[in-house]
Design a protein around this ligand. Sequence first.
Ligand SMILES: C[S@@+](CC[C@H](N)C(=O)[O-])C[C@H]1O[C@@H](n2cnc3c(N)ncnc32)[C@H](O)[C@@H]1O
Length: 265
Amino acid sequence: MDQFESFKAAQKQGWAHFAPYEAHTTPCAAMLVKRAGVRAGQSVLDVACGTGVVSVTAARLGARVTSLDLTPELLERARENARIAGVDVQWNEGDVEKLPFADASFDVVLSQFGHIFAPQPEVAIGEMLRVLKPGGTIAFSTWPPDLFVGRMFALSANYMPPPPKAVPPPPMWGDPSIVRHRLGNSVKDIHFDRERMTVPALSPSHHRAGAEKSAGAVVRMVAMLQDTDPEKLEQFRREYDALAEEYFEDNLVRQDYLITRATRI
Ligand SMILES: C[S@@+](CC[C@H](N)C(=O)[O-])C[C@H]1O[C@@H](n2cnc3c(N)ncnc32)[C@H](O)[C@@H]1O
């Protein structure tokens, strides 16, 4: 297995526990679908769909939705979500870096906090643009490096073995100048919006306890440190809680993010 494949295999394990977080990503899904201007009858692809919050939101508007994710446990929950909502979605287990779709298949390609975890950003965005029709819309939600979630990723990375060389940190996708560069010259009309996710938490430590159970990278890191270095784990917990405290008010943690939208040329 090459370094990227083993990286993705580890991601798949970490994300298996993400389902409870859909409570937080559900309102953001409505925002992404709205910003992308999804309409009835459009063909929409949701990459790294997780439990399908964006997919189901788009399908409820009458779009024909196809979705893909690396993690089978989340796709199982996504199927249940579609069944409860009474919508049809085509679910696919797969990798955003190797989309199993023909060129120019979709009117809209979406990703909510998803494709940012692919280890080769230029490959992932190349695939997302390849399957998008000329004139179609690409839109995605991402975490800026200088705000809470981006800083939390950087903190967690300090406690983990380094990823394979040349895997850039996911929050680089939250920097508009990097996004422009990665989108390149096959899009026009790039537009940015800033939005806010608010996560209920009784204390900063409650927020951290939730991340330890459900946030991919943190789940893997805690599992590793629990056995190998419990003191280092305690130090991580102190640093996390201090960071979360900066964004904690009225039992909510502010998680501001970026939505990018652009038109395929
Ligand atoms: C933070 S979750 C977001 C899920 C969903 N979009 C949402 O907003 O609730 C990140 C998702 O990315 C998926 N993922 C990570 N790497 C991937 C890859 N290379 N290809 C496809 N999906 C991937 C994970 O399985 C996980 O479902």
